[in-house]
Design a protein around this ligand. Structure first.
Ligand code: AMP
Ligand code: ZN
Ligand code: ZN
Length: 308
């Protein structure tokens, strides 16, 4: 197979576009797709300071590499969750990546800022690790973003489509109203963007490989039977028979999404302990977790009504 642009040896074939490309032109293609997403959804500008949330995996490191290559002003953020071995190995990749490129990196350790590692929290609270982890990541990402204009995460097209499928099959109207590649800065939350929305998991993995990014490729030992994997498998099956269906499903959703929006959404107010925006009434979910774990005094709960 030959590269459509330079007729050199192709390294990848993209069935969705019926396009074969060599390494150099694939990297160009990838960067163009990132640029297009940034432009289509007005994610950020040249002047913005972007905090890239990185896990050490292929998606977030490819994202950081791409934004840096495109000349954006970026810094990385990594939350060390203290998951035996897993976190240390992810962290190594992130540190190496930043060092090689001379990019600023902010690292936070859950044990230091929260007072416990994720495995300890999961064991004590007996709740699904992924749910607790998502909540803690959002919280500490938000804290880290204070000096930045926008937080960028490495969610790719497959992640977004899997999330959309879950929201459709379970008719989660509230989530359908707000699932977006751009969340504006409002009610005390930072602006959040997903610039890899036009790129599939395979395309992101190919970019990481061709750019020689040394990423961490193991699944988290705490995640068990995530439903997103189930949806991704179905989606790939569909894609085999209906080329491009994944992208049409997602694009089509964005164009009709306004129909799910409603006026009666609760406005968050600052948590009375830490100031984090919350609709739970008085205390945010992370402060509530701390109370349940004995890391904050229980009497804080007394004069705050609302759900846990
Ligand atoms: P996940 O929730 O693991 O699918 O990750 C979604 C996105 O969150 C990734 O693409 C990263 O941008 C970000 N992320 C995941 N883990 C971390 C972490 N430990 N520290 C900072 N950002 C992370
Ligand atoms: Zn070429
Ligand atoms: Zn709080």
């Amino acid at each position: 197979m030959k590269c459509r642009i330079c007729k050199g040896k192709a390294e990848i074939y993209l069935p969705q576009y019926n396009l074969a490309l060599c390494r150099e032109h694939y990297i160009e293609f990838f960067l163009r797709r990132v640029k297009k997403a940034v432009k289509d959804f007005k994610m950020f500008s040249r002047e913005d300071r972007i905090l890239v949330a990185v896990s050490g995996g292929k998606d977030s490191l490819s994202l950081w590499d791409a934004l840096h290559s495109l000349g954006y002003n970026t810094a990385g953020f990594f939350l060390d969750l203290g998951i035996n071995g897993h976190s240390a190995r992810s962290r190594e990749r992130v540190e190496k990546f930043a060092e090689e490129r001379g990019l600023p990196l902010k690292i936070e350790e859950l044990e230091r800022v929260f007072g416990m590692t994720l495995p300890e929290i999961t064991k004590r609270l007996r709740e699904p690790a992924c749910k607790l982890c998502g909540r803690l990541k959002r919280y500490y990402m938000e804290q880290a973003a204070k000096d930045y204009d926008v937080i960028a995460t490495g969610h790719n097209m497959d992640d977004e489509v899997a999330f959309l499928m879950g929201n459709v099959f379970n008719w989660k109207e509230e989530y359908l109203a707000h699932q977006s590649p751009v969340l504006p800065a409002e009610h005390g939350f930072s602006r959040k963007v997903k610039p890899l929305i036009y790129l599939s998991e395979r395309e992101t993995a190919a970019y990481a490989f061709m750019r020689g990014i040394d990423y961490y490729d193991e699944r988290c030992p705490l995640s068990r039977g995530a439903t997103s994997i189930f949806y991704k498998n179905i989606m790939r099956q569909m894609e085999l028979g209906m080329m491009g269906i994944r992208f049409r499903f997602l694009k089509g959703f964005y164009s009709i999404q306004d129909r799910f929006k409603s006026e009666d959404r609760e406005t968050p107010s600052p948590c009375k302990v830490c100031g984090y925006p919350t609709t739970a009434g008085g205390l945010c979910s992370v402060c509530r977790m701390k109370i349940r774990l004995g890391l904050l005094p229980e009497d804080l709960l007394e004069d705050s009504s609302g759900k846990g």
